[in-house]
Design a protein around this ligand. Structure first.
Ligand SMILES: Nc1ncnc2c1ncn2[C@@H]1O[C@H](COP(=O)(O)OP(=O)(O)O)[C@@H](O)[C@H]1O
Ligand SMILES: [Mg+2]
Length: 407
């Protein structure tokens, strides 16, 4: 194992406190095999559209809990046959995909690895089927759950899809918020998946011919418990971020005010949690009939995160595209700082085409602010000139022909 420590990342006296030291991909999307060694605060991936820049960020995003920054199906990731095989490649195309990385955090260092494993499981209709499951390891020790990864790595990503975060349906905003909550409170992912499991069982029972009433009540009681815990965690996180942003106004990026729009969240601010649980349990009971026909979402899955451009008192959805990007980056910067204070080390940043919609001044100011976070930041671009500002602090890779070349 490479024993390089974070001190080697000292650039212009700016210590990098969290970083990927090296990254290895095997059979991951367009890469049969790729290994990058990193030693600068910024890593810039440049290349034409479709060359595989986002795929590298996605691979890193799999070092944390969940389905990565594309919310992908595990089965679509393995390299397809049209990608040429490498000569002398010990990883043949039968091997499943893996990502592994050396993570450096202040004086700590460890290796996170992830891959997929096939398992035979019994489906809801009692049939056996093969399912793929992602397994995660730290220093070659298998973790019992992906959720534990949150204790080892902290990541924040921004993707081009998030340029539309404030427009369109609530689901993306809710997922965005849930990831923020999870970054602070790793139990949040457990609560969400427990809720989803219960919800699925509930729908299954409701679809049956003669639903067992006691079973339904028991599921509803558990769903109400998790639902209120989820709502409380979301609310606490939004309050935490709002407080932080109020006290730490930025000189360039606009102040944002966040608001949660959800029945349970609203009620929690006024009533004791047990009262809200009772309310939710009763509401679920009333939804037994309608949920199958009218509406496929219950309160927990309806909550929306609203954002406002504070100085203008303007809902983010009504702001210009450039303003919306600034609002998003403002939230990201605050989240990164807040998380650093909370965890004691900064999150690693994955910023996919982040310079789009930003004027030159804002882009350079943003890069300066990232540099001040003392963390490693991965950037992608089709035009290198966007990152001239950080040329002395960055490694530039050209992504071409399913590989990366240091330039
Ligand atoms: N499983 C896969 N096997 C091989 N290639 C893939 C797979 N999944 C996606 N790709 C390829 O990856 C490319 C997209 O890479 P991406 O990282 O999104 O590009 P960009 O550089 O524009 O960010 C596409 O050309 C697509 O065909
Ligand atoms: Mg891309």
């Amino acid at each position: 194992m490479n024993t390089q420590k974070c001190d080697d990342f000292l650039i212009n006296n700016a210590k990098v406190r969290s970083a990927v030291g090296n990254l290895t991909l095997v059979n991951f999307r367009n890469y049969r095999f790729l290994r990058l060694s990193l030693d600068k605060p910024f890593v810039v991936l440049s290349g034409e559209n479709g060359s595989g820049k986002t795929n590298i960020l996605e691979a890193i995003s799999f070092l944390s809990q969940g389905r990565g920054l594309r919310n992908a199906k595990l089965s679509e990731i393995k390299t397809l046959d049209f990608i040429p095989k490498l000569k002398n490649n010990s990883f043949d195309s039968q091997t499943g995909w893996t990502v592994s990385a050396q993570i450096m955090r202040d004086d700590d260092e460890f290796v996170i690895g992830t891959s997929v494993e096939s398992q035979i499981r019994e489906s809801d209709d009692n049939e056996l089927k093969e399912v793929e499951r992602r397994i995660v390891q730290v220093n070659n020790q298998k973790l019992s759950s992906q959720n534990e990864l949150g204790n080892f790595i902290s990541l924040i990503w921004v993707t081009p899809q998030m340029d539309r975060l404030f427009l369109g349906g609530a689901q993306n905003r809710r997922s965005f918020l849930d990831r923020i909550v999870y970054a602070f409170d790793t139990d949040h992912a457990k609560r969400l998946s427990a809720f989803d499991n219960l919800y699925r069982q509930w729908i299954q029972v409701l679809k049956g011919n003669n639903p067992n009433q006691r079973w339904l009540s028991s599921l509803e009681e558990q769903m109400a418990g998790y639902g209120v815990a989820i709502a409380a965690a979301r609310l606490e996180q939004v309050n935490k971020l709002n407080n932080f942003m109020e006290k730490n106004s930025d000189d360039i990026f606009p102040d944002v005010y966040l608001e949660l729009d959800g029945t349970l969240e609203q009620m929690i601010t006024q009533k004791p949690a047990v009262y809200v649980e009772d309310f939710y349990r009763e509401s679920l009971m009333r939804q037994r009939r309608s949920i199958l026909y009218n509406d496929t979402a219950t309160e927990v899955s309806k909550t929306d995160l609203k954002a406002y451009y504070k100085q203008k008192n303007m809902p983010a959805a009504l702001c210009s595209t450039g303003e919306q990007k600034s609002l998003l980056l403002s939230i990201i910067l605050s989240q990164a700082k807040c998380l650093t204070a909370y965890r004691g080390y900064p999150p690693i940043l994955l910023l996919d085409e982040v310079a789009a919609h930003l004027d030159d001044f804002k882009r350079d100011a943003f890069l300066d602010k990232i540099a001040a976070l003392q963390t490693q930041c991965w950037l992608t671009t089709t035009s290198l000139f966007e990152f001239t500002r950080i040329k002395d602090m960055a490694q530039f890779f050209e992504i071409k022909d399913n590989t990366a070349r240091l330039i």
